[in-house]
Design a protein around this ligand. Structure first.
Ligand code: PRX
Length: 664
């Protein structure tokens, strides 16, 4: 039984949904009458042609009944950029700060108002238009966390071009593959950027990617627009001569500052149908080929707006900070679109939590008096290692809401976040969602729902989660199974770019009539939903279904362990057995005593059937550049099979060798 944490007065006083009953009433309304619920949010925005009452949503989730489709407010016409910027400036809020930008180096910072952001977006949108970019064209963006990144995304939205941001940690091959798949006309990048003490040579990566795209994929990008960023920031390490960092290709490369020069700050928006594409974003697929998840205009705008408002309880004087990179969906929805749609003031941070030292997050929270802080469990765990002393030196009393995203948060990390960062008075919104869902789908609501450490909590408005067993039968009440949805919410993706049949087969074919998340979930005796991890990470030991996350949560409760990853190893009697990798906190030693106490802990916390067979010391874990553990590789290590396949997305390949060496 987990302890239940109730929202404190500190949170409830400023909450949009200040009680559990209010949440239940609003939730019921959102399910019974989606049009009444969502049209209220829609009415806050400008519609060049309003939606037709009675035709708010139509969809088909059943492949047997025809093509899968999802449409919200079809026929309505608007422009997302207009609603994020012009609408706020025209209503007298032009001077409000849209972003405080914090550079990698603490001496580098700036701010931008809604009005200035609008001016910059219009200038850049005009520049794109004057170079022939038009509605429906694809624009790839390979950028650091700088304000121009927001500008180019919104400029695309303004002229109806579809942006495809590629996280600026991907290799030239990956960038080339993504640019070619969507046939991008333009690529936007910067000369480089600092991340900690590391110099990222982004333009060089783009040069290589453009070559690979031509050679291997027969795709030529017309223009590469380059922001001169390095010259204006403080070097954080040895700085080579900038001109040696990349080639300049006349005819393809243009400087950002050159093409916006002389461009007007007025730019007529392209009026877009509610179901016209807004952006695409690649996410990894189990077959290896990335999937171009496509989001559209109207529904995404409503959903981003509503989730941000209710999940973070944003209020006009708040300063919100999401640490995610714009290269991921969290950065799209909760660094760019949702905060601006809510006329929020946000912090955009270029650097890392460890530069110049591991208190950077806490000093930024103090400096900007952050009210909502949204980060990932992996960041929390990596900072927990340094103890609470360094946190305590900072004044974090401005905080009201703490968000978590990206993976299940283990109770140990949750409690540290709650007690040490939130000082026991902030609510934690553990937000479960996916690139595909566009915004949060399961989460607690800060002032309304009680919290259990590690539980994602409740469905967001309009979202109806269902648990299915292996045979597709619905699990009512308590139980664990496949997490699926039987109907759409406004922010769900509409297709995979250029491959609707893959969309249908990946998401709608496993269980007919349902969108399948690929995650498992458990509903407990109080109706809380616990996301248990990807289905592929589910384990079945002696007929007991359990998730890797569940066991990992227990292992990290041991004070000597900082991070754990559990995979399944085939077992002749039990079917599968647990093979566990543990990273230790500084100063801890790995010995028989630790192994014994970990095994005992798991037995005690979950049951004898869950006792791990192997516990291996891990100096590090094989992770993708986005920080996701590559369990596929861990499974190979567990069985001692050196044939580990494609490792191109691995951030640090040397970790794998170490792990093979350390096998017990
Ligand atoms: O497995 C779930 C996990 O991350 C997956 C989605 O990854 P991505 O599309 O990269 O989006 C990440 C940011 C939204 C999900 O299928 N996941 C994400 N958030 C949580 C989570 N698992 C548990 N709890 C979460 N809060």
């Amino acid at each position: 039984m987990s302890r239940v944490y109730k929202p404190t007065e500190h949170v409830v006083n400023k909450s949009w949904v200040p009680s559990l009953q209010r949440y239940k009433d609003m939730y019921k309304k959102s399910i019974d009458d989606p049009e009444a619920f969502w049209s209220k949010i829609a009415s806050e925005f400008h519609w060049e042609i309003p939606y037709q009452p009675g035709k708010f949503v139509s969809y088909n989730f059943d492949v047997d009944k025809g093509d899968i489709f999802i449409k919200w407010m079809e026929g309505a016409v608007t422009n997302v950029c207009y609603n994020l910027l012009d609408r706020n400036v025209r209503s007298g809020h032009g001077e409000k700060i849209a972003y405080y930008w914090a550079g990698n180096h603490p001496d580098d910072y700036s701010r931008i108002s809604y009005r200035t952001l609008l001016d910059m977006v219009c200038q850049f949108a005009n520049a794109l238009r004057s170079h022939g970019v038009k509605k429906g064209d694809r624009v790839s963006i390979y950028m650091p966390m700088i304000l121009e990144t927001v500008v180019c995304m919104l400029a695309c939205a303004r002229i109806g071009a579809i942006h495809s941001v590629v996280f600026a940690g991907f290799s030239p091959d990956s960038l080339a593959e993504r640019m070619s798949d969507c046939k991008a006309k333009v690529l936007i990048t910067s000369d480089g950027a600092w991340r900690g003490e590391k110099l990222l040579t982004l333009k060089k990566t783009c040069d290589e990617a453009l070559e690979i795209a031509k050679k291997n994929h027969n795709h030529k990008v017309d223009m590469c627009i380059v922001v001169a960023h390095l010259k204006r920031v403080t070097p954080c390490g040895p700085m080579p001569d900038i001109d040696t960092l990349y080639e300049w290709n006349d005819g393809v490369d243009v400087w950002w500052h050159d093409i916006i020069e002389d461009q007007s700050t007025m730019c007529q928006p392209e009026w877009m149908g509610a179901e016209d594409p807004l952006f695409m974003l690649y996410t990894s697929g189990s077959t290896g080929k990335p999937k171009g998840v496509l989001h559209t205009t109207g529904g995404y705008l409503l959903y981003a707006t509503a989730t941000f408002r209710y999940v973070f309880d944003y209020r006009p004087l708040d300063t919100y900070w999401c640490t995610a990179d714009v290269g991921w969906i969290t950065g799209h929805t909760y660094v760019v679109y949702a905060p601006l749609a809510n006329r929020a003031t946000s912090v955009m941070f270029e650097g890392t939590p460890f530069y110049p030292d591991n208190t950077r997050y806490w000093s930024l929270i103090e400096k900007y008096k952050i009210t909502q802080f949204y980060t990932a469990p992996t960041a929390i765990r990596s900072l927990m290692k340094f103890g609470e002393e360094s946190v305590k030196k900072h004044n974090l009393s401005s905080l009201r809401i703490l968000g978590s995203v990206g993976e299940p948060i283990n109770p140990e990390a949750w409690l540290w976040y709650y007690n040490i960062i939130g000082n026991g008075r902030c609510s934690i919104s553990d937000t479960f969602w996916q690139t595909e869902t566009g915004g949060h789908v399961l989460t607690s609501l800060p002032g309304a729902t009680p919290m259990k450490p590690g539980a994602a909590g409740y469905p967001f408005f309009g979202v109806q989660p269902i648990l299915l067993d292996e045979n597709g039968a619905v699990i009512e009440g308590e139980g664990e199974g496949y997490l699926v949805f039987s109907k759409p919410w406004p922010g769900i993706m509409r297709t995979l770019f250029g491959d609707h049949s893959r969309y249908e087969s990946v998401y709608f074919s496993k269980f007919k009539g349902y969108y399948c998340t690929g995650d498992g979930a458990r509903r407990d005796e109080d109706g809380f939903l616990w996301v248990t991890g990807r289905i592929d990470d589910m384990l079945n030991v002696s007929g007991h279904l359990m998730s890797t996350a569940e066991v990992e949560g227990v292992l990290t409760e041991e004070p000597r362990v900082s991070e754990a990853a559990v995979v399944s190893k085939p077992h002749p009697v039990k079917g599968e057995s647990l093979y566990c990798f543990v990273i230790l906190n500084e100063g801890a030693t790995f010995d028989a005593n630790l192994v014994a106490s970990l095994k005992k802990l798991v037995r005690n916390r979950i049951g004898a059937f869950a006792a791990p067979d192997v516990i291996q010391y891990a100096p590090g874990l094989p992770k993708t550049r986005s920080g996701k553990i590559m369990r596929r590789i861990l499974r190979k290590i567990a069985i001692g099979d050196k044939n580990i396949g494609d490792t191109s997305t691995l951030a640090d390949p040397s970790v794998v060798e170490e792990l093979f060496k350390n096998r017990p």
